[in-house]
Design a protein around this ligand. Structure first.
Ligand code: FPP
Length: 231
C-alpha cells in the first residue's frame, strides 16, 4: 500500500453498453445512447469539482463506429449536436473547456461548426478540459503526429516529439475505465496508455454513477504505481 495517494490528473473513459442497456428494457438502442449522454454530463460535473482531475476524455465515436447501421450513426450525430448545444451553458457554469480529438472533417459542416464554436466559446475555462474523442483512432492519431513532424522537417523523431504532436492536451493517461464488462482497448489513446492503470466494471454505461466513479478514483489513489521501477 503506497504511503501517499496517487494523483489522478488525466482520466479516460470507454463508455460501453448503451445498446445492451436499451435491449434489456425492450427499447431501441438509441435510447441507450440518450441515457449515456446524460451520464457524460454527470461525470463531467464530478470531474470539474474534483481537486486533482485536469482532463477527462470520453470515447464517443471511433473510426470503426461508421460500420454501424446508418440510422444509428445518423442518430449519434444528431445526439452529439444536441448535446453540445445544451451543454454549452454547463461548460460555462462549471468553468469547463471543451475540446474534440479525432478527424472531425468527416462530419457534416453543421456538426463541425458546432464543435468548433463550442471549443472557441470555452477556450478560456480552466477547471477541467473535457475531451470528446470523435471519429478517433489511436493508430491514426500516432500516424498523423509522425507525418506532421516529418512535414515540419524532423529527420529523427524522439518520444518527446511524438508526445507533443498528439491531439490530446496530455501525453499520459493515469486511469482508464471501461464499462460493461468488456476488457479491450479498442484503438483508444494507444500512445497515452503506456503506464495507465485500468479499471473494468460490469456496469453498463447508462447505469454508471458518480458514486461508482468516486469509488474507482479512491481505488486508483491507493494502487501501487511503479512505472517500470521498484516500489
Ligand atoms: C457504446 O455502446 C457506446 C458508443 C458507441 C459511444 C458512446 C456514445 C454515447 C455515450 C452517446 C452519445 C455521445 C455524446 C457525446 C452525445 P454500444 O452501443 O457499443 O453498446 P453495446 O456494446 O451494448 O451494443
Amino acid at each position: 500500500m503506497p504511503t501517499t495517494k496517487n494523483r489522478l490528473k488525466n482520466l479516460a473513459i470507454i463508455m460501453d453498453g448503451n445498446g445492451r442497456w436499451a435491449q434489456q428494457r425492450g427499447l431501441n438502442r438509441t435510447k441507450g445512447h440518450e441515457k449515456g449522454a446524460e451520464i457524460i454530463r454527470d461525470v463531467t460535473r464530478y470531474c470539474a469539482k474534483h481537486p486533482t482531475i485536469e482532463t477527462v476524455t470520453f470515447y464517443a465515436f471511433s473510426t470503426e463506429n461508421w460500420k454501424r447501421p446508418k440510422l444509428e450513426v445518423d442518430f449519434l450525430m444528431r445526439l452529439l449536436d444536441r448535446y453540445l448545444q445544451n451543454e454549452l451553458a454547463t461548460y460555462q457554469e462549471n468553468n469547463v473547456r471543451f475540446m474534440a480529438i479525432g478527424d472531425i472533417a468527416a462530419f457534416s459542416p453543421k456538426l463541425q461548426a458546432r464543435i468548433q464554436t463550442t471549443e472557441e466559446a470555452t477556450r478560456n475555462n480552466t477547471d477541467l478540459i473535457h475531451v470528446l474523442a470523435l471519429n478517433y483512432g489511436g493508430r491514426a492519431e500516432i500516424t498523423h503526429a509522425v507525418n506532421n513532424l516529418i512535414k515540419a522537417g524532423k529527420k529523427e523523431i524522439s518520444e518527446a516529439d511524438i508526445s507533443s504532436a498528439l491531439q490530446t492536451p496530455y501525453s499520459d493517461v493515469d486511469l482508464l475505465i471501461r464499462t460493461s464488462g468488456e476488457e479491450r482497448v479498442s484503438n483508444y489513446l494507444l500512445w497515452q496508455i503506456s503506464y495507465t492503470e485500468f479499471y473494468f466494471t460490469q456496469t453498463l454505461w447508462p447505469d454508471f454513477t458518480v458514486e461508482e466513479l468516486d469509488n474507482i478514483v479512491t481505488d486508483f489513489e491507493h494502487r501501487t504505481r511503479r512505472f517500470g521501477g521498484l516500489s
